[in-house]
Structure formats: C-alpha cells, structure tokens
Ligand binder design. Structure first.
Ligand SMILES: [Zn+2]
Length: 232
C-alpha cells in the first residue's frame, strides 16, 4: 500500500481545510448570525408590545367612559336644589354623592396605574427599537466583512481543490474513498501514524492483535476515532 500519496494529498488538503475553517469560524459570521437573531427577537418583541399597548388603550378607554359617566352623575346631583328635596331624598342624594366620589377616586387610582403601565410599555418599546437599530447596523457591517473575506477565500479554495483533484488518479481508490468519507464527517487529520503503540489521532492504545494487523496490512482503522493508522 502506497501510503505516501494519500499523505501528500492530505497535506495539500490541509491548506483547503485551513481556509474553510477560516470562513466557518469567522468572528464576523458568528456576529452577523447572532445579530440576525437579535433583530428577529426585537421584531417579535415590538409586535407583542404593540399588542399590549392596544389592550391597555382599550382598557383605558373603558375606564375613561366609566369615569365620564360618574362625573356626569356627579354634575346631576350637584345641580339639584337641596332645599327642594325631602329629607329621604336628601339622604339618598348624599349617599349617592358619596358613592360617586368613591367611584371617582377608585377610577383615578386605576388611571394612575394604567398611566404607569403605558409608560413602561412605551419605555420598553423604545429600548427594543434602539437595540433593533443597533443590531441591524452591526448585522450589516459584519455581514459585509464576512462577505469580503468569503470573496477573497472562496476562489483560493476553489483553486486548491482543482490542484488537489489532479492527485486523485494516483491514489489507491480504497484510501481515497475512506478519506473522503471521513472528511465529510469533519474528521481531520484522517491518516495518522501509530505513536507508541497508540492511534496518532485519538491516542487510544492499540491491542497487540491490532498492531499485528497494522504490521500485516500496512494500515488499520482506529475503532475509536475511525482514523486510518499507518506505520511510520
Ligand atoms: Zn483513533
């Protein structure tokens, strides 16, 4: 088994992997993905706040209506001439007035609490909009930075891929197939030497039967990490 050819191939492929990782692990990419979520969350949040504000306004208007009715009732009582009232009518009027005043004071308290709630919704709305705008700006700038990097890196990857492809015909097809499979599963390096009777990838010690097999066949698949182990 000619292991050297696949090792050369792996060495060149490593240059591709480094570039691919540069893109995958790009900080700009991470940030713009994060910002995309922040923007989405902010949109959902402001929709919810809008709904909440709508509900509050509806309730506020209901209370306002009740309040206006009480004020009107109060006005009617005030307009009555106490002298023209009989004793029981007067008592009735006084008790009604007290009730109305109590209702009004209760409604005023409700108004205050509603005003507070509305203010807090507005404040939250404001801060949500602010973070939405910031996230959008950050998203745009980091996306642009990532795209600039990708525009530079992708052609380099493509060029290296074409070069490495030229090596494929001279490689044992069985090795190449195993290599490509593991590459897809993000295992790298794929071909590793045996080091101190252990897998050079995962460092798992090899039993003597496996070492014999390695000696016999010239390569061995690690049962632990699936890398292909070769004799140095
Ligand atoms: Zn291993």
């Amino acid at each position: 088994m000619d292991i050297q050819k696949i090792l050369d191939y792996q060495k060149q492929d490593f240059e591709i992997i480094k570039l691919e990782r540069l893109l995958e692990e790009s900080e700009d990419k991470k940030i713009f993905h994060e910002m995309r979520n922040v923007v989405k969350d902010a949109q959902t949040k402001s929709n919810n706040l809008e709904k909440e504000a709508g509900e509050l306004i509806k309730k506020y208007n209901e209370i306002k209506k009740a309040y206006d009715a009480e004020i009107r009732a109060c006005g009617e009582i005030v307009n009555k001439d106490p002298k023209a009232l009989k004793q029981d009518e007067l008592e009735n009027t006084i008790s009604k007035t007290n009730q109305t005043l109590e209702s009004i004071s209760l409604l005023e308290k409700k108004f205050m609490s509603f005003a507070e709630q509305i203010n807090s919704v507005l404040a939250e709305f404001d801060s949500t909009r602010k973070s939405y705008n910031e996230a959008k700006k950050k998203y745009a700038s980091h996306k642009q930075a990532y795209e600039t990097l990708a525009a530079k890196t992708l052609p380099q990857i493509e060029k290296l891929k074409q070069e490495i492809k030229k090596l494929e015909p001279s490689i044992d097809p069985m090795f190449l197939q195993k290599y490509k499979q593991r590459r897809q599963d993000k295992v790298f390096p794929i071909f590793v030497p045996v080091i101190d009777k252990a897998c050079g990838g995962c460092r798992m010690e090899l039993p003597s039967a496996s070492l014999d097999k390695l000696k016999r066949n010239g390569f061995l698949e690690c049962e632990h990490c699936r890398r292909i182990i070769y004799n140095q």
